[in-house]
Design a binder for this molecule. Structure first.
Ligand code: SAM
Length: 296
């Protein structure tokens, strides 16, 4: 990724402190670490003619939705979850907070986002503050397999493209079950394995190599969710949406990327990562799948 130059004037004014030191300790953390991420995003918004103080959160939609199908996939998952205004929603592995802000802005939910990346959490907080969503969203650094919340703290939960980095999905689902109230809904969206044998070509958007990629088949998600006390009520395959998005990227020249896009967060190998994923989806090895599960 091209690093940002020094930012001056209103762009540089931040309302929450941004961690200078990355808390890099695991391969997954290193995979997602980006230097100067906030200024990179703000510079790009300004260059694209957008305001950054305040930010219209819809102007972030092409940047802060780090999953196949982008905002469209977020809208579908949010519609599945359908939280009521004031509902306490947990966004597991929130990244820079795109889904959290969408749920806050369009559903009036009170969203708590957690992510293992200190930098992402700080950027998420700052973007929300600039978008006028600071009251409805808060972000904390935490692991999705060890959540710092009391039992039954949330009415519902979302998780978008995080399970692929989590080896112990039983622990993940047990934690989500613990922090949800009975009847609470868990809407998740992961890239899932369709074939047991075939190996992916790396890097892909969530992993630089196979050591940090833990894909499972939809049936295994059903099994661990059921084991954690959930009833799975809905499953949708978003393969076509992901392939349409990949085709649009493929039409661009080799050295061309949109001014605003997920590459600003994913980094300079975004294109090869996205194309490796598209090939795996096209070959029927993996697919992006949404599930809705309800805690009994
Ligand atoms: C592909 S990104 C998706 C981000 C966000 N959910 C979205 O869709 O825009 C995966 C995110 O999961 C986070 N993550 C991976 N493993 C995690 C873990 N064990 N605990 C918390 N966050 C994790 C990463 O830091 C990264 O922000």
């Amino acid at each position: 990724m091209t690093e940002s130059t020094e930012v001056t004037g209103p762009v540089a004014e931040v309302t929450t402190p941004i961690a200078v030191e990355g808390e890099v300790s695991t391969p997954v953390a290193r995979h997602y670490t980006r230097n100067a991420l906030l200024s990179t995003l703000l510079d790009a918004l300004v260059a694209a003619g957008k305001t950054v103080s305040p930010i219209d959160s819809d102007d972030l939609a092409s940047i802060d939705e780090l999953h196949a199908g982008g905002r469209t996939a977020t809208v579908r998952l949010a519609d599945l979850l359908a939280p009521s205004a004031g509902d306490r929603v947990l966004d597991l592995g929130c990244g820079v907070g795109g889904a959290s802000r969408y749920l806050a802005r369009y559903f009036g939910a009170q969203v708590t986002g957690v992510d293992q990346s200190r930098d992402f959490v700080d950027v998420a907080q700052e973007l929300s503050a600039r978008a006028g969503l600071g009251e409805l969203t808060r972000f904390e650094r935490a692991s999705v397999t060890s959540l710092p919340f009391e039992k039954e703290s949330f009415d519902s939960a979302v998780m978008l493209h995080v399970g692929m980095n989590v080896e112990d999905k039983a622990a993940l689902c047990a934690e989500v079950s613990r922090v949800l109230r009975p009847g609470g809904r868990f809407a998740l969206y992961d890239v899932m394995r369709l074939s047991v044998e075939d190996e992916l070509t790396y890097p892909v958007p969530w992993a630089s190599n196979s050591g940090m990629s833990f894909l499972e088949q939809p049936a295994e998600y059903h099994r661990v969710l059921t084991g954690a006390g959930f009833d799975v009520e809905h499953e949708a395959d978003l393969r076509e949406l992901a392939l349409e998005q990949a085709a649009r990227l493929h039409e661009l020249a080799a050295d061309e990327l949109p001014a605003l896009g997920p590459h600003l967060v994913i980094g300079d190998r975004f294109r090869v990562k996205a194309e490796n994923l598209a090939k795996a989806i096209g070959a029927g090895l993996v697919s992006p799948v949404q599930l809705l599960a309800v805690r009994s």
